[in-house]
Design a protein around this ligand. Structure first.
Ligand code: PEP
Length: 248
């Protein structure tokens, strides 16, 4: 049985004051969640998350990391630095990184390995654009994305990764994949994982991301291969994030 994970992706949003209010709002109403909960914050706020969330049931993480261990890589953030601030998770290969920072499948795989080596749980994002979906290329595109990850990871480490299926056309647009559309792709991803190792594949969590909101979360999360959500916009409002956690 896979325990669901609801992870917020704050993207480049927030401030000390806004984060404090958001985290206090979530903590005040969370109780004992029936799923794992995490927030992925911009790097400057890791210390704030650590101070606010240590000892709580909410984990925190980053939104990206360097493929390099350390050294002359101005502006980059190393896996060890995330660990220094108690991060448990790190998003890797988000479509915004792939689109605006030219991250390739191979670079995403390297970043995933760097995260695993540091003891972080990578949340590896895959997903097709609208043009790819309309050209009926979804299976091929996500297949290539997941294959690059699977070629890099050994079977033992496979159990320590999380996959997020995020159709690019659904991110921040208010358009959501129907539960059936999402399940279809999650099943493709599960089959690719199983081709590597059946037992490990059964335990890997595959999140859905793309305009998941309180009013559509329950139906999406009811699908057999949807093991949680990666939440953008709705993670910035405590009542919405809490409602999604309750749906899980
Ligand atoms: C995301 O960016 O990971 C995401 C899912 O965003 P949104 O929920 O706003 O579509």
């Amino acid at each position: 049985m896979r325990r669901k994970l609801i992870a917020g992706n704050w993207k480049m949003n927030g401030s000390l004051a806004a984060n404090a209010a958001l985290l206090a709002g979530i903590k005040a109403e969370l109780g004992e969640p029936a799923c794992d909960v995490a927030v992925c914050a911009p790097a400057p706020y890791f210390a704030q998350c650590q101070a606010a969330l240590s000892g709580s049931t909410i984990a925190w993480g980053g939104q990206d990391l360097s493929a390099h261990e350390s050294g002359a890589y101005t502006g980059e953030v190393a896996a060890s630095m995330l660990r220094d601030f108690g991060c448990q998770y790190v998003i890797v290969g988000h479509s915004e990184r792939r689109a605006y920072h030219a991250e390739t499948n191979e670079l995403v795989a390297q970043k995933m390995l760097r995260a695993l080596k540091a003891g972080l749980t990578p949340i590896v994002c895959v997903g097709e654009t609208l043009a790819e979906r309309e050209a009926e290329q979804t299976g091929r595109v996500v297949g290539q994305q997941i294959d690059a990850v699977l070629a890099a990871v050994d079977t033992e480490a496979l159990a320590n990764i999380v996959i997020a299926y995020e159709p690019v056309w659904a991110i921040g647009t208010g358009k959501t994949a129907t539960p059936q559309m999402a399940q279809e792709v999650h099943a493709i991803l599960r089959a690719a994982l199983a081709a590597k190792n059946t037992a490990a594949a059964a335990g890997v969590r595959i999140l859905y991301g793309g305009s998941m909101k309180p009013d559509n979360a329950k139906e999406l999360l009811a699908m057999p291969d949807i093991d949680g959500g990666l939440i953008g916009g709705a993670a910035l409002k405590a009542p919405d994030f809490l409602a999604i956690i309750r749906a899980a």
